[in-house]
Design a protein around this ligand. Structure first.
Ligand code: WQD
Length: 335
């Protein structure tokens, strides 16, 4: 049985990917430092899959921790989620983001090279494209200068991996996520934003649940049909399954080059007001919102051209926006 290390495996996307890995018959070991997740997620995963993954609470910024882990654990592949991911916070604390997001990546890659471990999947983001010149966004779209240290750590991370694959023959895939939303159908795992949610969907469900007074729609003067910004919202379970598809491609050595990257979205763009409307219709819950000023750093529109992932990864998003919003709502009702 192949043993897969999932760093950040108790996080939002990580936990959903662990469930899919176990369902596919992989043995999973999780490293998480619990800086942006809760230990209860481990039990919740076990309730869903009836298999409790091995878990190590480790800070991957400490090189000795990483070395010691690999000395004791025989790993066949790695999915690396562990990173700080708040765009706004990264502007305030750039060095924390570079140390954590880049340092941990370098230490893990070093161990992979030293121990001849192959099959590395990197959690990246469509944020590397900034505001793309053409929509939908393909993998050939130019990488724009990062608008935040967070986005820069994803760009730098991909460069580090590319150089390492070239120098050492490592096989790696970077998945550039669009906007992950929703929760597992069991409502046992989902998004756990700490403090005031920065992302749209957690704020929507907390407003509907009465935890937040009112949703602010950040701008209605964008160059879009209804004036609000457009994103490609992908169900987190579809996103998790893309990691399985990428892992299988690497393990079967079907990749054509050492380093490949894929846009992972639905291929469909939805505006903020379309999301609000879909949420109200799907859950029959009215949403208290107002139009507010634009949020600094936001782009007008982003949605994926998914043809490369569809053909090369043999993967396609299957769940609808309505299913994603309903699952997010059912998850919120359990908090
Ligand atoms: C979506 C849309 C907001 C909150 C970011 C990161 C990206 C990834 C996902 C980590 C935008 C609007 C939001 C609110 C609103 N993160 N909005 N009111 O900014 O597209 O992407 O999170 O990997 O890398 O950049 O996602 O959910 O914050 O915003 O109107 O209270 O919703 O303006 O148009 P974003 P988001």
């Amino acid at each position: 049985m192949k043993k897969i290390l999932v760093t950040g495996g108790l996080g939002f996307i990580g936990s959903h990917t662990v469930v899919e890995l176990q369902d596919e018959g992989y043995e999973v070991v999780i490293i998480d430092n619990l800086s942006n997740s809760k230990i209860e997620v481990l039990e919740n995963i076990a309730e869903i899959t009836e298999k409790k993954p091995a878990f190590f609470q480790l800070d991957l910024r400490v090189k000795e921790n990483v070395k010691a882990f690999f000395e004791k654990n025989q790993i066949d592949g790695i999915i690396h989620f562990a990173a700080f991911k708040a765009v706004g916070e990264s502007v305030q604390k750039p060095l924390e983001y570079y140390e954590n997001n880049i340092g941990s990546l370098v230490y893990i890659l070093q161990e992979m090279i030293d121990r001849k471990i192959d099959n590395f999947i990197f959690s990246s983001s469509c944020t590397v494209y900034g505001q793309a010149d053409e929509l939908p966004i393909t993998e050939n779209a130019p990488i724009k200068p990062a608008e935040s240290p967070y986005g820069n750590t994803k760009q730098i991370g991909e460069e580090i991996i590319k150089d390492t694959c070239k120098a050492n023959g490592l096989n790696a895939i970077s998945l550039r996520y669009f906007n992950p939303i929703g929760a597992h159908d069991t409502a046992k795992i989902g998004e756990l934003p700490l403090g005031v949610p920065q992302n749209l969907i957690p704020y929507v469900v907390q407003t509907a649940a009465g935890i937040r007074e009112q949703l602010s729609v950040f701008g209605d003067d964008y160059d879009t049909p209804d004036g609000t910004a457009i994103r490609d919202y992908i169900h987190v379970v579809d996103l998790a399954k893309a990691h399985i598809a990428a892992l299988q491609r690497l393990i079967k050595k079907e990749n054509k080059t050492n380093f490949e990257f894929y846009n992972v979205g639905t291929g469909k763009g939805s505006s903020v007001l379309e999301i609000v409307d879909a949420f109200e219709k799907t859950t029959q819950h009215r949403l208290n919102y107002k139009i507010a000023a634009r949020r600094e750093g936001d782009i007008t529109a982003a949605y994926a051209d998914t043809r490369l992932a569809n053909t090369e990864l043999k993967w396609k998003a299957e769940k609808t926006i309505e299913q994603a919003l309903q699952s997010a709502w059912e998850w919120q009702l359990k908090q």
